[in-house]
Design a protein around this ligand. Sequence first.
Ligand code: ZN
Ligand code: ZN
Length: 253
Amino acid sequence: MQSFHGVYEIEAGNSKIFYIDGSEKILVDTGLKPLHTDVINYLQQNGYNFGEGGIELLKKGARSKIISFLKKNRFKVDSIICTHCHGDHVGNLAVLKEEFKVSVAAHSADIPFIEGIEKIKDPSFVPPELIKHFDIDPCKVDISLKDDEFFNEDVRIIHIEGHTKGSICLLYRDKVLIAGDTILGKNLLNPKMGPEDLNLPSEWSCMDYKKAIENLPKLLNYSFDTILPSHGVVIKKDGKRRLEQLIQKSIQK
Ligand SMILES: [Zn+2]
Ligand SMILES: [Zn+2]
């Protein structure tokens, strides 16, 4: 299992969960909950590439992957941080919070969505009869995060509003940027969603795409070398320079 300066990635199909093995043991995001057969059939009919073992994984949800990763490495969890309120990140939040008996942290602006007080707009690509299967199980959030604060001595919060209102990146020891969905890596299964090594977030997935792009340069105020996006391949080195190039390109357009 590969660690990036002390941060592990847990692959769960097309999205990732991260584990910070620092002064505190933190699970970042919780992946998709088990998908309903109707949803899997629909995705299959629409040519979605699940990759090897992907369908089984979607049926089971990301929870089993997380638990087996933790068991295998004898890792414990002190708390869970959510990068944002989307279902592929908070899908197993309620069950894992209960299972680990830990506190959950998220940016204040996404808390109402995670707690089920507000509902995010239904994704336009999902047919109406399947929408109900995308509902997330509400979960109480214990710690409200804000921009630029230190969660602990090694993790800093960077608020990048746009993908969702309260989307955050986590900066680990000025080395690793856990990017959530604020930027995307190269998507090997579905190249249309991430053709380059580093990509802007996809417009359809953002609550406010314009803000999501406008706020990206904020990340350049910080130091980091590795970028861990939730979707797509990791950028192991030179991440800041490559993000700078991506931002330059997006301004020229
Ligand atoms: Zn998202
Ligand atoms: Zn996502």
